[in-house]
Design a protein. Sequence first.
Length: 294
Amino acid sequence: MSDLGQLLRKARIEKKISLDDLQETTKIRKRYLEAIEDGNYKVLPGNFYVRAFIKSYAEAVGLDPNEVLNMYQNVIPQPEPEQIEPIRTKRTTRNTEWLGKWASNVMVISFVVLILGVIYYYMSQSYTGNTNDATKDLPKKITEKIEPAAQPPDPGNTGANGANGANGTNGALADNKPVQVPTPPPTPTTEVKLVKSERGTDYYVVTGTDKLKIEMKVTGDSCWMEVDSPPGPNKTVIDSMTFKNGETKTWELTDTAFLIFGKANAVELSVNGSPVVVGDQPNVKKIQVDIQKS
């Protein structure tokens, strides 16, 4: 067991916190916590998560995480720097000349097409105008529509109660009364609101819906992420894996969601179409999203 592992384990025992309780508080798997105490960092997903998990462990047992990291910075593996491959560009005179000729040909073709389009438009307008004039000169007996003769009123129809024609007229007026269409109820709007931040966890409430649509995209380095629903001792782990740069994932849930990000500034997150701020630092981030049911 390393000196750092002994320090953390001693602080945990003094606080009377079991590994199961610590797992529930930090949302870090028990086998990772045991590996940190034993100094076996190869079990963890990567060098970056060693520092993040140690920081969460120290905070949970009441130690200053920054002071712990500074004291054992020579022992803790350093994260590997990102390797950026330089972009090589090569421009030649031949390519420039070919691009200039291609652009000139496109401009000439576009100009010819434009001229042909203008000619076609004016020819179409002239043809339409001549057709309308010819229609106006046709004899009225061909163009005029013969209206049907009006039918005389039925003397036998004396109204709904057979008393007189006036009642019948009132019945016809009643039948022609416009029907009022009921106005549909307004569609509820979905709102995502941050209600509190406590012990490293941001709590959000979603209103106006009965389900959650969580969308995640990795925009930086690879990031480990876990999705639980619902949270707590009886939680169900929906996903627990490392996502690479550029990967996206969508989850649709009908209950409370608990999200854990190994590297907050490496992801973009939205809930029901509304963006949610994860963080701008490469730290572990925990977010809980609840549905407020009416």
